[in-house]
Design a protein around this ligand. Structure first.
Ligand code: ZN
Length: 876
């Protein structure tokens, strides 16, 4: 029962205005809807078409057209739809339904979290609230009245501006909200409960005053400062960078404990997973502070890229998500260290998105069919979508990009549009032909570039050959060549500097972009006076895998001389990967492991060089993750990878012990915590140094870790110390620290999540018993997505050696959880299953075990979510 892109048709009927009344009550919540409907002018068959509305798990209590109750033979209700056989050209439809928010464990539609009512409607949750054309190309103004118990639900929120409130009999009260901006129903939101607010304000560039409110449970009132500051920065940034101003008098954020994703951009009423909004120096790490800043900005930016201009259908999801992720990435880069932001994003992208693109659920940025759209809120749609927008920005240049963006927002304001509409604006603003570029949106899979270079001394030329190929993905055996911008420099081996480049008589400067459009292209750079090492794909200028036969000496050279900070980091990663390759082979062949001294010397150089960017240095000292190393292997050998990486880390720790100790002490500080770039940089550098020392259980390192654990005044330091103590092989270090921490923070679920994750990511073999035990812990619940991610997700996703235990116990545990979650929360079930779907990457024995678990899941009665993923994973 898939939905296909090529089947798109405008709806036969559209809603111009929506009036909703919610009567909240445990066990019997009533929703009255009055829809102002009319035939759609673009549908010739509209006059003959019945009215078809979406609706699921609704019990219909009344239905009338223009005030006339309908007879039973005038309409039909199925599991998913309400059909009214004959309707006039324009009319009012009144319906009343009963729903059960308290029984809603899927967390889609209207549900309860900690006793408070809240909603999640994107993508198709609104149909669980009332009968409606639940599709993004139906845009209406909304007026919403919420009636609740004055004691239990003193706060009643919805989209837009508050226009009326009042008391009602029986201890009830109501509030009416009006949202003047037409919107699709996926942006509808309602919150009701016992909440407290923190208030601030922002004056927009045209001088309008906007009230800003963050609503939380009382005990979290001290955790909103950072989100509020981030919101104000984001509002100012969007004005300065994109000329976009906020358009209501009120902007609200609500923190909710039970939430499937990070957050949701509902018009004027953003709803956040509490983990994505609450911070306090004592409870949240630097990474969490930065994540909150990014997500607050992301949701705010959606007000234009998503809400004012929205998607025609869900195949266009990346139109709003890719663009908005790109916007939030740039915002975070401007606010913090830009190179580190890029390094973090790319490091994550190359592991997680590349793996998705290489797996059974690979799909293009614009898929052409789906069974369950919630399965498509993916790294491909979001992050690869953002990379494609970034390529566009780089291709057309910022100025044309900004003009294209202005054009897009002006032309399509209040409309639901397509990816072509966006790219057309960029093509018009720049005059560039982007037709070949459009293939990025329709072809799945990660393009691979094989590069070869040769220096011709006699002619003073550098010859570069680039060959591209995109591997087959499910349903797409053959791929066409893409338009790939390759940013590069040629670094002179004598001068150590970027050389001036001339290509086909054209002066390119020292850092330039060349365009790969054919399957294979040959570039001849003339007047190259010295032999260069090419620095390719600078800044990760395209989301591709680039292979070049670098010698280790070349990489060591780029590591110190590349003018592009990103590629300096990448040279270090490549160098480490080459050394790791040798060690993985040694481990498999049972021969003695020998550490490559060139890596040690490169790291010694880094630790002793003058640096003004400690954050980048910390990144450079971080070895490629086990997941990224695995990505490079034809058949993943989890044990060899773990052994090799541990060996490299320990060898570096032994060889450079004094340097790591010095770096630790140089960067320790007693300054009051602030989540600002310099402090964050020093903390990450210090903690990287400590992780090396702890990898060999250095006595002095242990002492430092213990001191940092007990005296640390912020969660970044405390959590790092606790992780290192817990992951050491010594139970006498782990257990007392875990006990102390667990008791101290038992009242704070978001801190307990960290406590769970730290324990289940231990490399020790007993971790599965611990996991089973922790699943019974009072702070754990399968019904809460954050808990599931912290315990099960962290184990299956990050603890590679133990999840892939050769007896299959890790797989079995995950499958058990998926089967249970399939009933409770299909969306989370379909996500948590991911590691099992990657079975093709492993040896035969593990493949068989993983497939057996997938088969066991398939034998259950499955939600569409899990069904779609399992079918793909088991397809031949
Ligand atoms: Zn988004």
């Amino acid at each position: 029962q898939p939905t296909y892109l090529h089947d798109y048709q405008p709806p036969a009927h559209r809603v111009t205005h929506t009036e909703l009344t919610f009567d909240l009550s445990p066990g019997a919540t009533r929703v009255k809807a009055r829809l102002h409907l009319e035939r759609h002018p673009d549908r010739e068959d509209a006059a003959e078409s019945p009215l078809v509305l979406d609706g699921e798990q609704l019990s219909l209590k009344g239905i009338a057209i223009d005030g006339q109750p309908l007879d039973a033979d005038e309409y039909r209700v199925s599991d998913t739809q309400l059909t009214v056989h004959r309707v006039p050209e324009r009319f009012l439809l009144d319906t009343e339904v009963e729903i059960a928010p308290e029984a809603n464990t899927a967390l889609e539609g209207l549900y309860q979290s900690n006793g408070m009512y809240c909603t999640q409607c994107e993508a198709e949750g609104f149909r669980r609230i009332t009968f409606y054309p639940d599709r993004p190309d139906v845009m209406a103004t909304f007026s919403t009245t919420v009636v609740g118990d004055a004691q239990r639900e003193p706060v009643l929120l919805s989209n837009g501006n508050l226009v009326e409130r009042g008391e009602l009999p029986n201890g009830r009260h109501f509030v009416t909200w009006e949202d003047p901006h037409p919107k699709p129903c996926y942006l509808f939101a309602l919150v009701a409960g016992n909440l407290q607010k923190v208030e601030d304000s922002f004056t927009t560039m045209s001088g309008r005053e906007v009230a800003l409110q963050i609503w939380v449970e009382e005990e979290n009132l001290d955790k909103t400062d950072h989100a509020m500051a981030s919101l104000k920065r984001a509002m100012a940034w969007d004005e300065q960078t994109y000329g976009r101003e906020y358009d209501l008098d009120l902007f609200m954020i609500v923190a909710v404990n039970d939430f499937n994703m990070g957050a949701m951009e509902n018009k004027g009423l953003n709803i956040f997973n509490s983990a994505a909004v609450l911070t306090h120096p004592q409870t949240a790490t630097d990474a969490a502070f930065q994540r909150v800043e990014g997500i607050v900005a992301h949701e705010y930016f959606h007000n234009w890229s998503g809400n004012r201009v929205t998607c025609r259908d869900w195949f266009q999801l990346s139109l709003k998500e890719g663009f908005t992720v790109f916007r939030d990435q740039c915002f975070s880069a401007d606010t913090n260290s830009a190179p580190v932001k890029r390094i973090e994003d790319v490091a994550f992208f190359r592991t997680a998105q590349f793996a998705e693109d290489a797996g059974p659920t690979a799909h293009p940025i614009r898929p052409d069919h789906y069974i369950e759209i919630t399965n498509f809120y993916t790294l491909t749609i979001y992050e690869k979508g953002a990379e494609v927008v970034r390529m566009l920005r780089n291709l057309v240049g910022w100025e044309a990009f900004r003009q294209g963006s202005d054009r897009y927002f002006e032309r399509f304001d209040g409309q639901a549009v397509t990816i072509e509409d966006f790219v057309d604006c960029m093509a018009e603003a720049s005059g560039l032909d982007l037709s070949q570029f459009m293939r990025w949106y329709s072809q799945a899979g990660t393009p691979e570039i094989d590069a070869h270079g040769e220096y011709d001394y006699a002619k003073a030329e550098y010859h570069l050959t680039l060959r591209q190929r995109t591997p087959a993905t499910p349903g797409q055996p053959d791929k066409l060549p893409l338009h790939i911008p390759v940013r590069l420099g040629l670094v002179g081996t004598k001068s150590g500097e970027d050389l001036r480049m001339t290509l086909d008589g054209e002066e390119l400067g020292r850092d330039a972009v060349i365009h790969l459009r054919e399957e294979e292209q040959h570039f001849v750079f003339t007047d190259i006076a010295e032999a260069p090492v090419p620095s390719l794909l600078r800044g990760f200028s395209a989301p591709v895998k680039l292979r070049f036969p670098y010698a280790r000496e070349d990489l060591a050279f780029l590591l110190t001389h590349d003018s592009d900070g990103f590629n300096r980091w990448d040279a270090g990663q490549r160098l480490a990967l080459l050394a790791l390759d040798d060690l993985i082979a040694a481990h498999r062949n049972g021969v003695e492991k020998v550490m490559d001294v060139r890596v040690i010397e490169a790291f010694r150089g880094l630790l002793n060089a003058e640096t003004d960017d400690k954050a980048v240095l910390a990144e450079m000292l971080t070895l490629p993750s086990e997941a990224y190393i695995a990505e490079q292997q034809p058949v993943v050998d989890v044990d060899a990878i773990h052994a090799a990486r541990t060996f490299v880390k320990q060898s570096l720790a032994v060889a450079l012990r004094d340097d790591f100790l010095r770096v630790y002490h140089d960067n320790a500080s007693d300054a009051a915590y602030a989540p600002e770039p310099e402090q964050i940089a020093a903390r990450s550098l210090k903690n990287v140094a400590l992780s090396y020392l702890m990898s060999v259980e250095d006595e002095e390192g242990i002492e430092l870790a213990q001191r940092q654990f007990s005296a640390g005044h912020n969660m970044t330091d405390v959590r790092c110390a606790l992780t290192l103590l817990t992951h050491s092989s010594r139970g006498d270090l782990a257990d007392p620290a875990l006990r102390l921490f667990g008791e101290k923070w038992a009242h704070d679920p978001l801190v307990m999540d960290q406590w769970f994750s730290i324990q289940v990511t231990r490399p020790q073999a007993d971790v599965l018993d611990r996991l089973t035990y922790l699943m019974e812990h009072p702070a754990f619940s399968l019904k809460n997505p954050n808990r599931v991610r912290a315990l099960i997700g962290a184990f299956a996703g990050q603890n590679r050696v133990n999840f892939h235990r050769i007896d299959g116990a890790g797989y079995r545990l995950l499958a058990d959880v998926v089967i249970e979650l399939n009933r409770l929360n299909p969306e989370i079930a379909a996500r948590i299953i991911t590691p099992l779907t990657r079975w093709q990457r492993f040896d035969e024995q593990r493949q068989a075990l993983m497939k057996a678990e997938l088969e066991r899941i398939r034998a259950e009665e499955l939600s569409p979510n899990v069904f779609e993923v399992v079918e793909k994973a088991l397809a031949e």
